[in-house]
Design a protein around this ligand. Sequence first.
Ligand SMILES: [Zn+2]
Length: 101
Amino acid sequence: MIDEGGEQEGEEGCLSFPGIYAQVKRPQWVKIEAQDETGAVKVYEVKDFMARAFLHEMDHLTGKLFIDYLSNIKRNAIKKKMQKHNLPDNKVNNKNKKRHV
Ligand SMILES: [Zn+2]
């Protein structure tokens, strides 16, 4: 991540949590440096939904999930919902420790 700015709040879901959606705050826009499949370095500047998608997927690279942005009350509500539908809720328990990289 090179730069970011603004703020947006929107509904987010994830294939790791079928049927679970929550409001998550993210920067409005981000500037990211990445390598493509040939190893060439590219800079992407994206905003709105695309910025949200980039950040969501980048979080996965460090093991972070969108539910990590939620309060314990909301996390518990999601956990109950998943138990009700017999979905594995082990991911909800392990709140990731903040990384200082
Ligand atoms: Zn995801």
